[in-house]
Write a protein that binds this ligand. Structure first.
Ligand SMILES: N[C@@H](CCC(=O)N[C@@H](CS)C(=O)NCC(=O)O)C(=O)O
Length: 215
């Protein structure tokens, strides 16, 4: 597969796309990025995509959708650094955290983000924001336990930096950008997020809205 001519159909604030952008950065793989407006999908994109969703990676004659499948392909192409872990136990934990990020954290915080995006504050659904805050706190409680179990001062959820960070950092970045700041109450997570937010990969991959949000 020739990644030098690969194209990522991408969207700035999409957390799944951000996950793939992080994986590309860690693997040091450069691709062409085409931004898709998912409210107004161009025919070029819909013709290629089976799901109609971003991210979509076009590499050679292959078209791969689903962020985790794309990251898996990147891992096969460039095994180092290993983002899917070493050994069965670590791989299982990484898969669990990746799935938790996609299927639990995403729905927990999305209403707060969607009601604020592109709207003036007087139009925000405050009840939806309050619900997201509550659900985000429940996610943070579980994640704090996971990270604390790794020992004081851990900067990664499983082994070295992994797909878990690729999946979770976008959720933390978007939550903070849209005013969900409960991470302050969770010392291990706060330290983890602050650490990664200072790293070059964060600035290189973050959407505009998440570049300099206050914690
Ligand atoms: N499970 C997919 C989810 C991708 C996804 O939901 N992408 C959203 C943007 S964040 C999208 O393309 N939505 C447009 C649509 O569903 O029409 C993945 O991991 O890549």
């Amino acid at each position: 597969m020739q990644f030098s001519s690969a194209t990522l159909y991408d969207k700035d604030e999409c957390p799944f796309c951000w996950k793939v952008r992080l994986a590309l950065w860690f693997k040091n793989i450069a691709v062409r990025h085409i931004t898709i407006d998912t409210d107004n999908k161009p025919a070029e994109f819909t013709a290629l995509s089976a799901t109609g969703k971003v991210p979509l990676l076009a590499v050679g004659s292959e078209l791969i959708s689903e962020s985790t499948a794309i990251c898996r392909l990147l891992e096969d192409h460039a095994p180092q650094p290993a983002l899917f872990g070493r050994g069965a136990e670590q791989s299982a934990l990484i898969s669990e955290l990746n799935a938790y990020s996609d299927s639990v954290i995403g729905p927990a915080i999305r209403d707060a983000i969607f009601t604020q995006r592109g709207r003036p504050p007087e139009q925000w659904d405050r009840a939806a924001i309050a619900r997201s805050e509550q659900q985000w706190c429940e996610c943070l409680l579980w994640l704090e336990q996971q990270l604390a179990a790794r020992g004081a001062g851990a900067y990664s959820f499983a082994g070295d930096l992994s797909l878990a960070e690729c999946a979770l950092l976008p959720r933390f970045g978007l939550a903070a950008a849209y005013g969900l700041r409960q991470v302050e109450q969770f010392p291990a997570l706060r330290r983890w997020f602050e650490h990664h937010r200072q790293q070059p990969y964060y600035a290189a991959t973050a959407p505009t809205v998440a570049r300099q949000p206050p914690l």
